[in-house]
Design a protein around this ligand. Structure first.
Ligand code: ATP
Length: 655
């Protein structure tokens, strides 16, 4: 791929992102979905959406604080009107001062209007401060509320969303941009209301002086306004185009900031690759931003020039009115001030509308994300999964991951009863973890059904399904809290005042030994990113995950390679406690350690997503199929090889 980092020379006729032939810039999904959305966000469409964006923002602000919302709106509108009144009164002062007569008399005549100017300005300044205070208070609450909604939505969508790259893009956009812009957009909206009130009052003043001056006033600002709106649109389009690139850059920089990859990056000397990757992305981004800056500058310059012509026209018109005697000198002086102030107000309004438009694009993206997340969240239903089911049945189960070209499971059928330990066996990629996640209700089948005592779990309330399952994954997570809380999180609402259940689960999983080795025991924080925090070894993390699952006391324990990181002694202890746990409960176990599979009540062998064999250890060994092969290969590696002559071997001398 071409390297495009040329910060000081960008060919405007060329799109720096085109021809890069890179899925980072134009991912496959972009053409269909995002282009349609981008089209919907045209300038006109955005202006049309302005009222609904405003309603949405006020609704959010109202949730944060109704009284503060009223304060902000009221303060901005009244302050805008006060500004307009001060302009009108200023023109009255001028009129009184420019009229004929003795100076003292003119001054006295101007005094009442002058008093109004001072009072109006005082009210305007005071309310601006008050409005600013309200905006700040609401802003803080809005940001938290907006962030919570994104996180809440992300935490509750179906797991399958996390298999789609487009989901990550819209999540990133909503989180990084949307949350910040919700606060900004509300602020702009409040300012715009104030500017609009000020503009109406000032325009009223101009119209009172001479209605014919109004069109000239509008003409002097419109080109600039259009340029500002156009620039906002360019910015937004560019932001969309580079969202995948920015996410990619974030991932690359995270590799350097995270502690987990630090050792392997060094051992594989991957630093140059990472830096080159970062440079490549930075090059594309800088080129795109430079192109954007040039187009923006050009657009603004044209807007300013045309606006200057409009202002000139307004002054010429005023001159003509003066020369032809249409307006007297006193009124012309007032009109000049009113035009200047009116122009500033109009610019304020346009600037605010422009900013709302700009922020509104992000807010719409944020809203769209929440709507999309809503459709991806499994609805709660009145059907609940049975408590302690006695029979689990998998019927013609097929599954394909979102966007995948092939099914990962093909018409798998199996059955087991409560209290049984079943083992899923097969080569890498044969579909074991996928099947286990489907049995746990984490994915919904593409075809077929999973029945718990006859209830199809795809139709049951998801929380009622998850409530019955305890899961131990290959790479278990730990939460950034204490060791004890990490186990308690297995069943947060469980009453265990004396920690009896906690200690029993920990002892069965060997996690009590982990606690004994840690400097702060059960209260050790499991995050190295904080003072006194620590990081567990792979085996210790696995013991913790098993303890959490045991503490949960679910009806169905699903263990995906639960002992992959454990030493031989710990592994034996875990299988002993799993066997103990399985009494009265059901256990679906995935493991490549064939010795641990032998005792399972039933073994299911998967091959390329299909169920190839099933039976007990002895039945499958007699069958002489895949299981037999896998078992004998592993067993052979434990057989003693013929011992060579002892010449090279050494032995510590006996003492
Ligand atoms: N999130 C995903 N998106 C797309 N395809 C996936 C995803 N996860 C797994 N697959 C594919 O589904 C198939 C089955 O994967 P699965 O993880 O279930 O296999 P497995 O038998 O558990 O493998 P292993 O023994 O290596 O853990 C594989 O071809 C894999 O590439």
């Amino acid at each position: 791929m071409r390297f495009l980092f040329r910060a000081n020379k960008v060919d405007l006729s060329q799109d720096p992102l085109s021809g890069t032939d890179d899925e980072l810039v134009a991912p496959a999904w972009r053409s269909v979905k995002l282009e349609r959305q981008a089209h919907a966000a045209s300038l006109w469409a955005m202006l049309r959406r302005l009222p609904s964006t405003a309603r949405y923002l006020f609704g959010l602000a109202w949730q944060v604080s109704p009284s503060m919302t009223l304060l902000v709106v009221g303060a901005n509108v009244v302050s805008g009107l006060a500004a307009g009144i001060s302009v009108y009164s200023t023109t009255s002062v001028l009129r009184e001062l420019i009229t004929e007569g003795p100076t003292a008399a003119r001054l006295v005549a101007a005094l009442p209007a002058l008093a109004v100017v001072v009072a109006a300005l005082a009210v305007q300044r005071g309310l601006t401060i008050l409005g600013g205070y309200g905006s700040q208070v609401i802003g803080a609450g809005l940001e938290r509320l907006a962030e919570r909604r994104v996180v809440d939505a992300a935490l509750h969508v179906e797991l399958s969303a996390y298999d789609e790259s487009s989901w990550f893009d819209s999540l990133e956009l909503a989180y990084q941009s949307g949350v910040a812009h919700v606060d900004g957009a509300f602020d702009r909206l409040a300012t715009a209301l104030g500017s609009l009130a000020g503009l109406l009052a000032t325009a009223g003043t101009v119209a009172l002086l001479d209605p014919l001056l109004l069109p000239a006033l509008v003409l002097s600002v419109l080109p600039d306004a259009y340029a500002a709106l156009h620039v906002a649109r360019l910015l937004y389009t560019s932001m969309r185009r580079t969202s995948t690139l920015r996410r990619r850059r974030w991932l690359s920089t995270r590799m350097a900031r995270d502690d987990s990859p630090a050792a392997e990056i060094r051992a594989y000397q991957a630093q140059p690759w990472l830096l080159a990757d970062l440079d490549r992305i930075a090059g594309l981004l800088v080129a795109e931003e430079t192109r954007l800056a040039q187009v923006q500058a050009r657009t603004r310059a044209i807007g300013r020039a045309l606006g200057g012509v409009g202002l000139g026209a307004a002054y010429v018109l005023l001159g003509v009115f003066l020369a032809t005697g249409r307006v007297p000198l006193a009124v012309a002086g007032g009109a000049l001030i009113a035009i200047q102030v009116g122009r500033a107000r109009l610019e304020d309004v346009i600037l605010s509308v422009n900013r709302i438009y700009e922020e509104g694009l992000y807010v719409n993206e944020y809203q769209r994300f929440l709507d999309d997340a809503h459709t991806r969240t499994r609805p709660t239903t009145a059907v609940t999964a049975p408590v302690a089911p006695s029979r689990y049945r998998v019927e013609n189960l097929s599954f394909r991951y979102p966007g995948a070209e092939r099914d990962s499971l093909h018409e798998v059928s199996l059955e087991f009863t409560a209290g049984q330990v079943i083992a899923l066996v097969g080569e890498n990629g044969s579909g074991k973890s996928t099947l286990a996640k489907l049995i746990a209700g984490l994915y919904r089948p593409s075809g077929g059904r999973i029945l718990w005592d006859g209830v199809d779990i795809a139709t049951a309330d998801p929380d009622s399904v998850f409530d019955r399952v305890a899961l131990v994954m290959q790479d278990p997570i730990h939460f950034p809290t204490s060791l004890a809380d990490n186990i308690r999180l297995g069943r947060r609402d469980r009453t265990d005042t004396q920690d009896t259940a906690l200690r029993a689960a920990a002892a069965a999983a060997g996690a009590d030994e982990v606690a004994a080795q840690l400097p702060r025991g059960w209260e050790t924080l499991l995050s190295r990113q904080f003072v006194h925090g620590t990081r567990l070894s792979g085996g210790q993390e696995q013991r913790l995950a098993i303890a959490r699952a045991l503490y949960r006391e679910g009806d169905l324990l699903i263990a995906d390679e639960p002992t992959a990181n454990l030493d031989a002694k710990a592994e034996a202890a875990v299988y002993q406690s799993l066997a103990h746990l399985a009494q009265g409960r059901t256990c679906v176990m995935i493991t490549h350690r064939m010795a641990s599979v032998r005792t399972a009540d039933r073994i299911y062998v998967l091959d390329h997503g299909r169920l190839a064999e099933s039976g007990t250890h002895h039945e499958l060994m007699e069958l002489g199929g895949i299981y037999h092969t896998l078992y004998t290969i592993q067993a052979a590696s434990y057989q003693d090889a013929p011992t060579p002559a002892k010449q090279g071997s050494t032995r510590s001398p006996s003492v």
